[in-house]
Design a protein around this ligand. Structure first.
Ligand code: GTP
Ligand code: SPV
Ligand code: MN
Length: 606
């Protein structure tokens, strides 16, 4: 009997499971040789049993239920704390298909490397099979996947972040498409070998095969490296499916906004990692009469609905949010969401068994155990929580979750926003003249690097559409695809805007208070859509007319307001040169509509 057959006898697939999935599971088990195969049903009892076993093995610490009921803390290996972009690969047939912004590898070569790495990599561990749906179960816009993993931490995270388990498996019929996702921490155990709290491997490969819609991830258990439904499937593979099928998979939050006149809008916004999506998705408006409700905080799938309008769904079921900087003063809704039933990763543990991180409270506790398990006091001179520490929590637990967040048809998008972290140049808000200009704004997003990925903090880099690490095909083709989606929508295209909450004065301080006060900018944007306020044209696009942006009661000086909207033509011209250099890296693939916008901008500036 083959190992696979023996394993399968030990843990039979659920009755009625799709034969192709069963065969694939056997095939992967034969390569990876786990001790056991478990098909996840997604039940609460399964979740609780896994969490309990990880408490016993030391992977999780249960928090004090008086402060944080049914919640857990995980401390990762200090070398496994963020997405590894340099180890993330797109294995399309040719390098041109992946484009200059991706790490391309020859698919055959990558397969042979992975064959070696995955051989026996689950020895001594349990292999979990997780069928899941991205998007509401049964929605025509949803897509299925099956992830295999040898990490129980990944299982409990995926159970929160996706609709995972038996219900998804039952919906995968013979003709249903599903994405194959294989994940291993890459740390086999010899007989009798004691496991570590956070198994992983120095060698890491996050590999994508767009042509066969497959993902192979080795060596990391952290976030987007390991929860393969998220960036790997819902963005990298889905962006390729979307290109082929005529829709869009984007790194965007979705909100519902109601104005004081009772008109309801929906808005999708793309910001690079750790640049404020969760914050805007859960924002409490500071101006009277405006109400913001949450639909998604990280990923949006958008496409033309039966009514001819652009509609969007949030394919996820939970939030994997940045903890540092989240407090009652900055994002009270997030704080209310994580009251319990939350898994925290790489935050600090207080002496009373609760969590803490920089920015959670104004005054730090006198003593905590830091994210690496060491004593910490405010005098320690280092951070108590890792800057990319995260909370994992179900979306339904969010008090501002919108009643239409699981609408199977998606919500109609009235406006699209692009943003980034820019100390200079980019004004607080800007409206694109038309769809093509909006695509140019998306294509030219630059942002200062954050801790969400490995790399030099603060360095300004190009992050087109906030998709630099997430587009599964040539970025220039992605822009062309946006142009064609716009052309297809015709007169019903949503308007496009650009925002920047992060502009700094010459003294290095943020010019704009941000957070809840961003509702003032959202109000201007939606008043524009409603035809209620004026804009003035400028070299770079449409700016709020004098007095159109509501700053009543806001403590920002006139000088700072002027600086927030200042256009330094010389700096902008330098930026157009850098944009041209960037476009040149695409070897003539940048669509004419986008290069034309660059020429227009140059003409306007000189
Ligand atoms: P990913 O989950 O990595 O894709 O990121 P995200 O875009 O959801 O990031 P998130 O909303 O969690 O923001 C992360 C950081 O941005 C936190 O440190 C926040 O404090 C900071 N931030 C969010 N909104 C604002 C703002 O309006 N102004 C300023 N100055 N900082 C902000
Ligand atoms: C991001 O980095 O954009 C995230 C976190 O949303 S992760 O899921 O780890 O990619
Ligand atoms: Mn993200």
């Amino acid at each position: 009997m083959s190992i696979a057959a023996a394993v399968r006898e030990q843990s039979p697939a659920p009755a009625g499971a799709n034969e192709a999935i069963v065969a694939w599971v056997d095939e992967i088990a034969a390569i990876t040789s786990p001790d056991e195969v478990v098909w996840c049903d997604g039940s609460q009892s399964e979740w609780d049993a896994l969490a309990q076993s990880m408490v016993e093995s030391g992977t999780l610490t249960q928090l004090n239920p008086e402060h944080r009921p049914h919640s857990f803390l995980a401390r990762s290996d200090p070398s496994d704390v963020a997405r590894v972009e340099a180890r993330t690969f797109i294995c399309s047939e040719t390098p041109e298909e992946a484009g200059p912004t991706n790490n391309w590898r020859d698919p055959a070569e990558m397969r042979s490397t992975l064959d070696g790495l995955f051989q026996g990599c689950m020895t001594g561990r349990t292999m979990y099979v997780m069928p899941f749906s991205m998007g509401p179960l049964g929605s025509p816009l949803s897509k299925f996947g099956v992830q295999i993993t040898d990490s129980p931490y990944v299982v409990i995270s995926m159970a929160v972040m996706t609709r995972m388990g038996s219900a998804a498996l039952e919906l995968i019929g013979d003709d249903t498409e599903w994405v194959r996702a294989i994940h291993s921490v890459g740390s086999p155990l010899k007989p009798g070998q004691v496991d570590v709290a956070w198994p992983c491997n120095e060698t890491k490969y996050i590999s994508h095969f767009p042509d066969t819609r497959e993902i192979w991830s080795f060596g990391s258990a952290y976030g987007g490296n390991a929860l393969l439904a998220k960036k790997s499937f819902a963005l990298r593979i889905a962006s390729v499916i979307a290109r082929d099928e005529g829709w869009l998979a984007e790194h965007m939050l979705i909100i519902k906004v109601t104005n004081p006149r009772g008109r309801v809008f929906h808005l999708a916004a793309a910001f690079p990692s750790a640049c404020g999506k969760t914050n805007l998705a859960m924002m409490k408006a500071t101006i009277p009469g405006w109400k913001i409700e949450t639909i998604g905080d990280d990923i949006a799938w958008l496409g033309k609905g039966a009514d001819g309008r652009l509609r969007a769904i949030n394919p996820e079921a939970g939030f994997f949010g940045v903890a540092p900087g989240t407090g009652f003063g900055t994002n009270a809704t997030a704080m209310e969401t994580i009251w319990g039933n939350t898994v925290f990763t790489n935050v600090a543990l207080t002496d009373t068994g609760d969590v803490w991180w920089e920015g959670m409270t104004d005054t730090p506790p006198e003593h905590v155990i830091d994210w690496q398990g060491n004593d910490w006091t405010p005098e320690s001179g280092r951070l108590a929580a890792h800057p990319n520490a995260r909370f994992t929590v179900a979306a339904r637990q969010c008090p501002s979750i919108s009643d239409d967040w699981e609408d199977p048809e998606g919500v109609v998008i009235d406006a699209i926003i692009f943003g980034g972290r820019r100390a200079t140049n980019v004004p607080l808000v800007l409206e694109a003249r038309d769809w093509e200009h909006g695509v140019y704004l998306g294509a030219t997003i630059s942002s200062e690097r954050t801790a969400a990925a490995e790399g030099t903090l603060g360095e300004l880099r190009r992050d087109p559409f906030a998709m630099l690490p997430f587009c599964g095909y040539n970025m220039a083709d992605h822009w062309a695809h946006w142009l064609s989606v716009g052309a297809d929508l015709g007169d019903s295209v949503p308007r496009i805007f650009q925002v920047n909450w992060f502009r700094k004065g010459t003294d290095g301080r943020f010019l704009w208070p941000g957070f809840g006060e961003n509702s003032r900018v959202i109000a201007w944007i939606l008043d524009r859509v409603d035809g209620a306020v004026a804009a003035t044209d400028s070299a770079i696009g449409l700016l709020p007319a004098k007095g159109a942006l509501n700053i009543d009661g806001l403590d920002v000086t006139d000088a700072d307001m002027d600086e927030l909207f200042a256009i330094d033509k010389a700096l902008w011209l330098t930026e157009t040169d850098s944009t041209e250099t960037f476009f040149d890296t695409f070897d003539g693939r940048v669509p004419a509509g986008v290069t034309k916008q660059l020429e227009t901008l140059r003409k306007n500036l000189s």
